[in-house]
Design a protein around this ligand. Sequence first.
Ligand code: SF4
Length: 709
Amino acid sequence: MAPDVTRLAEYEYEVPGVEKGYTNQTLYVDLGGNEIRAKEVSEEMKELFVGGRGFDMWLLWHAFPLDRRIAWDDPENALCISSGPLGGTTNFPGSGKSIVACISPLTGIPIDSNVGGYFGPYLKFSGWDALEVQGRADNDVVVYIDGDEGRVQLLDIPGLPDDSHLLADQLTELFADGDPKSVSVVSAGSGADTCYFGCLNFSWYDPQRQAVRYKQAGRGGTGTVFRDKNIKALVVKHTGVSPTSNNPADPELLKEIGKKHTKEIVQLDPKQNRMAVVGTTHLVPIMNEYDLLPTHNYRYGRHEGADQVGEAKYEELFDRGFDGCWRGCTVACSHLIKNFELTSGPYKGETVYVDGPEYETVAGCGPNCGIADPYHIAEMNFYCDTYGLDTISVATATAFVMELYEMGEIDDDVTGGLQLTFGNQEAALELLHQMAQGRGFGKHVGKGIHYLKDYLAERGVDPSLMQDIGMEAKGLEYSEYVTKESLAQQGGYGLALKGPQHDEAWLIFLDMVHGYLPSFEDKAEALHWFPMWRTWFSLNGLCKLPWNDIVPEDNEETEEPAKVMEHVRNYATFFKAVTGRDVGPDDLIRQSERVYNFQRVFNLRMGKGTREHDSIPYRSVGPVTVDEYESRMERYDGQLEELGHDIDGKTTEEKVALLREHREQQYETLIDAVYRRRGWNKNGVPAIDHLHELGIDFPDVIEIVKPYQ
Ligand code: SF4
């Protein structure tokens, strides 16, 4: 190691072998007191919380006293990272995820974010089921976990760069010892110092491109908390991953089930979504065709330039090669653009690799801001990543201020001269650089839409208009789907525990493209089963894409095609093969239900777990403006007539109001039905009996929910 590195603290340990997916201990680091120690994982913790997001929530819950609601920047806020018992498997696709959790700067409640890269698996193979970092260091610190030697160190390494693409490279080189594949780095970037939606980059080394690549834990400001703690980077080193690194209970069964699922993906992906070639960009033309692609701050669902930023274009731009963000992932959707020349910002003129873009970045930084230039999107993608900023929040916040500017609600005085019209690529990039550098109007936009609503109200912007068109709920910016015609997805966003992110209930495709949820009851049932099932991936260190983005050929003929039950059964076998616990699909849902309800109670503990916090902006329910209504007049007029309204002679404003009354009522009725299905009362609080049934009726949990029964 370089001579000018100062060791601030060190902890030596014997690296335990992994047993059936667990190491049975977690690593605790207090940056304020330079303390490093192990915590035991109990059988109860494994039984009730499984791992991954479950362990994160358990650790975070116990990180600060029950009677105190900490703020995100309180040193007691804990940044937790865990993979899960199946995480690190190399012979079942999509099994290398890490799940990050902390109290979010945007929402004030727990955020959980699921990310690829090698950190989570390497952390476990280094002896730790989870990492929990509390406190705040006096100066920037690197936490180094050497899983080969059994050593954890807090290091002061002077002269490191701030932005991720440089930082991850340098740290990989510093710790690689000739084997860069053995190192994974977690870093944020300069933007996470100033914005509330800082993200984390989790790296892996790509031997084919001889480059450090990364994936993002994007949502909710985990990078902001990371930088608030003065963490420069987390580095883990582990050598010697193998198909039995998890020491599975039944290696033969694991081999068999992994082979079956892998074979199907290899055979069917080329006939279905071609994710190994175009990633998730195949969604762009589909969303555009079904009027679901967010355009001009979710006003419309279609953009005339969508073809320019669809899969065909990215197929040309992506470099061909194996793009799995963990070993053995045959979906291999994590593509990159090589040798991209930057046109703006601090690295202008330099040639870089761009990891991405994925669908959300394309839709958000593209059509939602009125832009259909794939090179602009690539540049936004690169800078968001290296600055450590969430592309979704950046895009949605930018689209919001663009609409206000177009409406004349804000002017050049407010924006500092930035002409934020839809389609103005230069202004969008400049706004991003301002956010990252904490200057100009960008300094405020970087604090998110929830903050902007107050900031701009003080500058004369109509608060009720901002309430309607500011696409955030619980404080988190919306991800990139137009939900006006999908009641199910409205619920999917509004009821999501962490705020409107699609990974909890991505029902839009099932509802609008496949037409699988025709009745009200179907939608309410889906809002129980799908969030529970999707939660399960995060308990286990898994990616959900191999579950339903590529499906068995006869799936359509099965009883419940939306659930892809054959794959669900594969996952039950996978769980059994690794942990030795004999489970069926219903047991997996039960596992998730425990963590899900616990997290809902956690929201309540933080002051945001009741019905009022499940409300959503009207833009996600129906047309807000006259222009929006008139752009889809036939559809909306038809719906009003079906409801029995005589619309002859009515003005558009009157029709907007009539439709709104109906749609808002529908949303409330849906919420009632979902709460009932989930075992919650009318205020959205889990009933004590339900918590008892789930086995999570701990005294402190009951103390939180009791006043709301
Ligand atoms: S499907 Fe894509 S995102 Fe998921 S693990 Fe595989 S490469 Fe990573």
